[in-house]
Design a protein. Structure first.
Length: 247
């Protein structure tokens, strides 16, 4: 792997996101998956391997696979649901260059209650105005292409999918932007759940103001890249060796 190669950079970015997610409490055991379409090869994707905790993954551990479940490059297997969810979304939604799937606690809490939705009650929530789809038809563990394709259809043209009784999927054009959305989605869900625990009504804003504010936040897109760069600096400071490129 060459340091300036786009595929190497993609591996570094996925590793950053995985390790940052572990630091932010968005992971769950050795489960869940982050993936990215291989630069220049949309028929292939990079994904974290089965069995490694996100906090220990390095770029050399990231696996390259195709949509049929074949390992093209890598020394580890990939958990089956990664193929059935990620391969189908990458194949069915060209805008989903990056696909992050977690069972992060506060967002998942909202998928576990009747009518659970991200409400327009906090500034962090406003960035998701009209960007979230809700899959209200839980179909069991995703162990078939049919289930992955059903999720892709439920997602439609939205960047984010809430999976009933399950978790969330966040997609986007780059790892930096998609991870930023994942991080702030959990923050929005956390504050909403805390507010709901008071028993008082949520103070939602109007649709018009939510749309206006979402457009304002979208205009500050550089924040996602600045945030992601800061995460890399923190890893350099605290976790020497995380950039390992060789087996």
């Amino acid at each position: 792997m060459l340091p300036n190669d786009p595929v190497t950079q993609a591996r570094l970015d996925l590793t950053t996101a995985l390790r940052a997610a572990a630091r932010h409490g968005l992971n769950e055991g050795v489960c869940n998956h982050f993936s990215m379409a291989v630069p220049g090869r949309p028929d292939l994707f990079l994904v974290n391997p089965q069995g490694l905790h996100w906090s220990e993954i390095t770029p050399s551990d990231i696996v390259m696979a195709d949509g049929e479940g074949n390992i093209v490059e890598g020394k580890y297997p990939v958990e089956a649901t990664a193929f059935f969810i990620h391969a189908r979304i990458h194949a069915g939604n060209p805008k989903a260059q990056v696909v992050l799937h977690t069972h992060m606690p506060y967002a998942t809490a909202l998928t576990s209650i009747e009518g659970g939705r991200i409400e327009m009650c906090t500034q962090n929530a406003f960035r998701y105005w009209n960007r979230i789809a809700y899959d209200d038809a839980y179909g069991g563990v995703a162990l078939s292409n049919d289930e992955g394709e059903r999720m892709c259809r439920a997602m439609g043209d939205k960047a984010i999918l809430f999976l009933r009784n399950h978790g969330v999927i966040v997609s986007g054009p780059t790892v930096a932007q998609t991870y930023d959305d994942l991080y702030y989605l959990e923050r929005a869900a956390m504050v909403q759940v805390l507010a709901m625990q008071t028993g008082r009504p949520l103070l939602n804003i109007s649709d018009q103001l939510a749309e206006y504010t979402a457009n304002q936040i979208a205009g500050e897109a550089q924040q996602a890249f600045l945030h992601f760069d800061s995460l890399k600096r923190m890893l350099d400071r605290d976790e020497p060796g995380w950039r390992k490129l060789t087996a």
